[in-house]
Design a protein around this ligand. Structure first.
Ligand code: HEC
Ligand code: HEC
Length: 251
């Protein structure tokens, strides 16, 4: 996204003051997740809170095809809630987003509201995909190693905070997978961490390419030309309009 926008937003929100020096705090995160899951979401407030998020994740929640920003549209509210709580407890490193998740900016009710608001977004019909050259291998490795937890179509399991992987950008998937494997993403599932140690870089590229092609059900995908009607005049960078295969072919 435009760095000037981030800076303007940061200044506007008065977030340049030093952040509290908090160590990793899985317990406070778990408590917040539990609280947020029991609140009744207010979608109108979710829309207002989302104004901040839209600057990076786009008004449609589709992130960027190059994977710098993940697609969050359609993700289960339980997953978004857990990620927000983990990020602000420093249980998952996300320095870009951290200032926008602090409790001064985002109450627990706000977390519940914005997560419920995003869950109903139609998803990106053109998410970033890999080169499509090793899909047989990807399919086999996914079925053997990932489907048991993430579902045969990458649909996830909302009650277990198991993220939906379908429709996610290829490069974002690879980055998260490697961070989970290397222990850099500390909020990861420990069983997954153990299970994924042995993959080669070819395996990882193949699994993620296959995973990025696990399409969400049609009714969850946006129609051509869709823009979030709540943000009609938002400036949308061209990157969201580039088709994934063109983008990947540039590499
Ligand atoms: C300044 C930019 C920025 C802002 C503002 C921002 N995010 Fe993010 N967000 C990111 C980046 C970058 C990542 C990916 C980090 C990584 O690769 O681990 C991310 C990741 C996420 C994830 C994790 C997705 C996943 O699949 O695990 C969620 C959920 C999320 N953001 C929700 C939000 C919400 C809700 C808001 C508004 C309250 C918000 N973000 C505001 C930059 C931002
Ligand atoms: C034992 C269950 C389990 C297995 C097996 C597993 N995962 Fe996961 N995975 C999880 C859980 C739980 C999370 C979410 C952790 C969290 O809360 O951040 C996750 C997170 C992820 C993420 C990050 C998603 C995001 O939105 O940021 C990716 C990518 C991923 N898994 C890919 C895979 C792939 C590919 C495989 C197979 C090679 C796999 N996982 C196997 C449980 C599992």
């Amino acid at each position: 996204m435009n760095p000037c926008l981030v800076l303007a937003l940061t200044l506007a929100l008065g977030l340049t003051a030093s952040l509290p020096a908090r160590a990793d705090d899985p317990e406070s995160a778990a408590k917040e997740v539990n609280q947020a899951l029991h609140l009744k979401p207010n979608l109108e407030n979710g829309r207002k809170v989302y104004l901040i998020c839209s600057v990076c994740h786009q008004p449609e929640g589709w992130g960027s095809v190059n994977g710098a920003y993940p697609q969050i549209a359609g993700q289960y509210a339980s997953v978004t809630i857990k990620q927000l709580a983990d990020i602000r407890a420093r249980n998952r490193d996300n320095p870009t987003m951290l200032p926008f998740t602090m409790s001064k900016t985002l109450s627990i009710q706000d977390i519940a509201d914005v997560s419920a608001y995003i869950e109903h977004f139609p998803m990106d019909p053109h998410n970033g995909m890999g080169p499509g050259t090793d899909l047989e291998l990807g399919k086999r490795l996914y079925a053997e190693n990932c489907a048991e937890c993430h579902g045969d179509r990458g649909q996830g399991v909302p009650d277990k905070h198991m993220p939906m992987l379908q429709g996610q950008h290829y490069r974002y998937l690879i980055r998260q997978f490697e961070w989970i494997r290397d222990g850099k993403r500390r909020n990861a599932d420990q069983e997954m961490v153990k299970q994924i140690q042995g993959f080669s870089s070819r395996d990882i590229a193949a699994i993620m390419d296959y995973t990025s092609r696990l399409a969400p059900p049609l009714e969850m995908v946006a129609l051509p030309g869709y823009v979030n009607p709540d943000f009609p005049s938002f400036w949308r960078p061209r990157v969201t309009l580039v088709r994934p295969m063109e983008k990947v072919a540039e590499r």
